[in-house]
Design a protein around this ligand. Structure first.
Ligand SMILES: NC(=O)c1ccc[n+]([C@@H]2O[C@H](COP(=O)([O-])OP(=O)(O)OC[C@H]3O[C@@H](n4cnc5c(N)ncnc54)[C@H](OP(=O)(O)O)[C@@H]3O)[C@@H](O)[C@H]2O)c1
Length: 304
């Protein structure tokens, strides 16, 4: 197995599951990371170093491991900046796909995101552009588009533990999701290697539910910590207005263009559901968001 992006939040869990299931993952890294190799119980041979944005480094990896049976890609821009998203979510994945094709590896599993269903941001367009290339590559593929990760909903716990309010966008009921745990997602990705029913499909998946609004997630935290609910309501249009102002200034600086993009990302998450989008009726559907795994957000909050 070639696991690209093994150092990512989800990639680490995928590496663990692969090792647990007796695969021998090869996890290319862009710089030395002995701690990572040790934690994942990988030997140095399984963690070749190379810049995967460079085609010859990618080919070196494939050439060195002629028995690879599949690729799982968990790479993603760490910043969400405009240029970085295109360089990583699109170009780096293209390099891996081209390498896989040249070395006859006919199975590509891509970790994408559910929000590409309604693209409005550069990282979403970059991911979608790669999804399209993968679909037309002739390789067997599975594209997994998960809802929100538990970690993305964890920030509020510390706030409440420190006596602070939970921050809600608008009234906290505008959006909802069925969050998924990193382990459940990692298990699902690994199952895709041999699950024929998942071949050549795009799968939008969430955790076991139920669907929760931001406010309901806040209520769970207050209940678990035995505190009375206190909320700070942040108007989502704040992000939109500042983004519009910065977009004009972005003409003179890439940094400002990225700042405007980050605000658009915040606005998107404040206003869009992280659920399956039924394109026929143009509505998000909790029922049609496939439920995967057993881990619940309550249990995650309890352990946090
Ligand atoms: N957060 C959520 O709630 C959520 C929900 C649904 C889907 N997703 C999607 O899930 C995916 C993974 O997210 P994550 O939070 O697990 O990712 P992450 O922790 O930010 O990790 C990104 C990975 O990509 C690698 N990478 C980034 N730039 C690179 C470069 N220039 N060259 C080589 N490798 C590079 C990183 O390597 P280094 O360690 O070397 O930096 C790391 O392994 C993303 O596509 C995201 O959109 C996220």
């Amino acid at each position: 197995m070639l696991l690209v992006g093994a150092t990512s939040y989800i990639g680490r869990h995928v590496a663990n599951i692969l090792v647990e299931q007796l695969y021998r993952p090869v996890c290319p890294l862009r710089s030395m990371n002995p701690k990572f190799a040790q934690q994942m119980k990988l030997n140095p041979e399984q963690t070749p170093i190379g810049d995967l944005k460079n085609k010859s480094s990618v080919n070196n990896v494939f050439a060195k491991y002629p028995n690879l049976c599949a690729v799982i890609s968990c790479v993603a821009s760490r910043t969400g900046g405009i240029r970085d998203s295109w360089l990583v979510d699109f170009e780096l994945n293209i390099n891996i796909l081209t390498g896989a094709k040249s070395f006859n590896i006919n199975n590509f599993i891509l970790l994408s995101t559910i929000c590409v269903q309604k693209p409005m941001l550069n990282f979403q367009w970059a991911k979608l552009a790669f999804e399209k290339k993968l679909q037309s590559s002739g390789l067997d593929y599975t594209i997994v588009r998960p809802t929100a990760f538990f970690k993305s909903l964890a920030g509020q716990i510390k706030r409440v533990q420190n006596g602070k309010k939970v921050i809600l966008f608008d009234d906290g009921n505008r959006t909802s999701t069925k969050p998924i745990s990193e382990r459940d997602l990692a298990i699902f990705l690994v199952q895709c290697i041999y699950n024929k029913n998942r071949k050549n499909k795009i799968l939008s998946i969430g955790g076991p539910g139920p669907v929760r609004t931001q406010k309901e997630l806040g209520e769970i935290i207050f209940k678990l910590l035995n505190r009375s609910p206190k909320y700070f309501h942040m108007p989502s249009r704040f992000f939109k207005i500042i983004a519009i102002l910065l977009t004009a200034l972005g003409l003179i600086s890439t940094k400002i263009r990225d700042k405007a993009e980050f605000l658009r990302i915040a606005y998107y998450y404040a206003t869009e559901f992280m659920l399956f989008l039924d394109q026929k009726i143009k509505r998000y559907s909790a029922e049609k968001t496939m439920e995967v795994g057993n881990d619940t957000i309550e249990d995650f909050y309890k352990k946090s």
